[in-house]
Write a protein that binds this ligand. Sequence first.
Ligand SMILES: [Zn+2]
Ligand SMILES: [Zn+2]
Length: 254
Amino acid sequence: MRVIKEGPDAGNRWHHLLGWVLPTKCETCGRFLRNESNPSFCRSCWETVSLIDGPCCPCCGKPFASEAALSHSPGHLCGDCREDRPIFDRAISAGWYEGVLAQAIHLFKYRGKSVLARFLGALLLGAAEEAGDADCLVPVPLHVSRLREREFNQALLLCDVVGSASGLPVIPDAIHRTRETVPQIGLSKPIRRRNVRRAFACRDPEHILGRRILLIDDVFTTGSTVNDCARVLKRAGAESVIVLTVARTPDGAG
Ligand SMILES: [Zn+2]
Ligand SMILES: [Zn+2]
């Protein structure tokens, strides 16, 4: 995937100016932020984001302990995928959901720091390049009642960042939630699956048919939510669905 380089924008210059008048502190170390492009974290804290690299399951992206599993068979799947193959073709996450990245996602999602989309989206771009050729970007939707209370869908903001850097079109309403699900955090894997089952429907099948889709969300936990979204996209005729998330929980437990 080709990434178009961004030029300096007016919003960023304004943020720098505001930083001198009303300096804010780094959310992690408490240092005053001056001349930092990130509005919530100093550069040295942001550099502690732990990126996921190394051998992993070619389907769900679960890391392997060593290269051994892939050295003889590059398509070797993890035990979970062999037992119950996900509907999505592949899942790629940029970093681990821990430390500064977990803090940033929390601020972005629950404390209205939508300005962090640019920084989280930049991490997602690395994962998108790994995904290869694609036709469009689809966000995991929020239920309308949650959208009303949060005022924005974090996955759509991330899509917009990846879309403007890559030139890929965003299909914002491809999927919608047919019912509200309880938050996945803290639920066991079978309960998570039950929680999201049949919670989504495809609203825009003419833009899905025959397309290679990058399905975008902020965090990958067990993959139940994105798998259910992939199911409706495949039913609508998607050629492939690759899941891209900013972060992945280390143990799949949220
Ligand atoms: Zn800091
Ligand atoms: Zn797997």
